[in-house]
Design a protein around this ligand. Structure first.
Ligand SMILES: Nc1ncnc2c1ncn2[C@@H]1O[C@H](COP(=O)(O)OP(=O)(O)OP(=O)(O)O)[C@@H](O)[C@H]1O
Ligand SMILES: [Mg+2]
Length: 359
């Protein structure tokens, strides 16, 4: 599924994942006889707290700076960018429409969409995909995607300000799906829940028969851990984040981790898993004949110690953490240890970078 405001470029594309805690810039090249992907460049930069809050760009100057820094650290030369949006300004809906050709739908999509989206149709960018699944007699299933123009404009603005060219805007959870499908064998009839846990948002995408059957974004994510630690110890957000990640402070001392921290971590893990399970249960209750078989976790939040096991225990499902580099060789110039550490957070960025690399 490629939801695109495509400004059309066949050039190699930078996958630019503008996360609320870090910006990831990813470049893939296709190599060899079989045109396998190689991860040729990767740059990651930190965003100051509060630059992005609940999907809103509150400090576009700082975001543009972070994008530039990610591009520079990654030594990325291409200018064309694929980025991804998510959150409440993005609507993904499967709808049943009268059978028509793609061209006819192209013409009618605005009118059709009006009934299905909670926004003024003139305020959104629209895209659709006609699905192969057989609809009822004379009908066809269409996956409709709408994103508020305001949100797209924010992305276009920061990308342009960073000296790059916005070429494609995708949906974050579709990008994760892309990464997953490129790296794993998936049975055509298999139902897989892809769960990306970032700092501010959890993107859920339940994929059935190769297409998104259910998507939902939740706003209890990685930052929740930090906030609970902050409250429990009455310290700053940055200090709490450092403790959470087990990082050393400016004097090089590793923080002594008080018992309250483990307790806070466990409580938030319970809450986050509870929220995600509610969505998985909702899908199960409303979708006949579909049973989720596997849950694939990604995002920095999936690295919380014990999270994967707690998820497995709570749901009884097969739960694993996405390896976005299972079938993508990193360039020999990249630091393998660093890559292993950040791999789960590349779920969106790798999928975006694949948008233009022709196989
Ligand atoms: N080892 C770890 N243990 C616990 N949490 C971690 C670990 N590594 C990263 N995180 C957390 O993961 C989050 C960052 O993940 P990621 O880079 O996927 O998010 P983001 O893309 O910046 O944010 P979002 O997608 O929500 O806008 C942060 O909350 C960070 O503290
Ligand atoms: Mg993210």
């Amino acid at each position: 599924m490629n939801f695109s405001l495509s400004l059309g470029s066949k050039k190699s594309m930078v996958g630019l994942d503008i996360g609320s805690s870090t910006v990831k810039a990813v470049e893939l090249t296709s190599k060899g006889k079989h045109r396998e992907f190689e991860l040729s460049h990767l740059g990651i930069s930190k965003l100051p707290a509060e630059a992005i809050v609940q999907g809103a760009f509150l400090n576009s100057g700082a975001i543009a700076d972070a994008i530039r820094e990610a591009i520079e650290t990654g030594k990325i030369k291409s200018k064309h960018v694929a980025a991804a949006v998510c959150g409440h300004s993005v609507i993904v809906k499967k709808v049943s429409l009268p059978m028509m050709t793609r061209d006819e739908l192209e013409e009618q999509i605005r009118w059709e969409a009006e009934q299905y989206i909670p926004f003024d149709v003139n305020e959104v960018n629209l895209d659709f995909q006609i699905m192969e699944s057989a609809g009822t007699e004379g009908q066809m299933d269409v996956l409709l995607v709408a994103a508020k123009k305001d949100l797209i404009d924010d992305y276009v603005q920061v990308i342009t300000e960073a000296g790059l060219i916005p070429a494609t805007i995708d949906v974050a959870s579709f990008a994760v799906e892309n990464t997953f499908e490129a790296n794993y064998d998936v049975r055509p009839d298999e139902v897989v829940a892809l769960v990306y846990i970032g700092a501010q948002v959890v993107n859920i995408n339940i994929v059935s028969e190769g297409v998104p059957a259910f998507t939902r974004d939740i706003t209890t994510a990685g930052n929740q851990y930090t906030e609970e630690i902050q409250k429990a110890l009455s310290i700053s957000f940055d200090e709490a984040e450092r403790i959470k990640l087990g990082e050393a402070d400016s004097d090089g001392d590793k923080a002594v981790v008080p018992a309250e921290v483990d307790e806070a971590m466990r409580t938030v893990t319970d809450t986050v898993i509870g929220e995600i399970s509610r969505s998985l249960d909702f899908f199960a209750a409303t979708t006949a004949d579909s049973r989720i078989e596997r849950v694939i976790l990604s995002g920095g939040g999936a690295k919380v110690v014990g999270f994967e096991a707690a998820f497995r225990e709570r749901t009884g499902l097969t739960v694993e953490t996405l390896n976005p580099l299972a079938r993508i060789m990193p360039s020999s110039k990249l630091d393998l240890e660093m890559l292993e550490d950040v791999a789960p957070t590349l779920g969106v960025g790798i999928g975006l970078a694949m948008r233009r690399v022709e196989i």
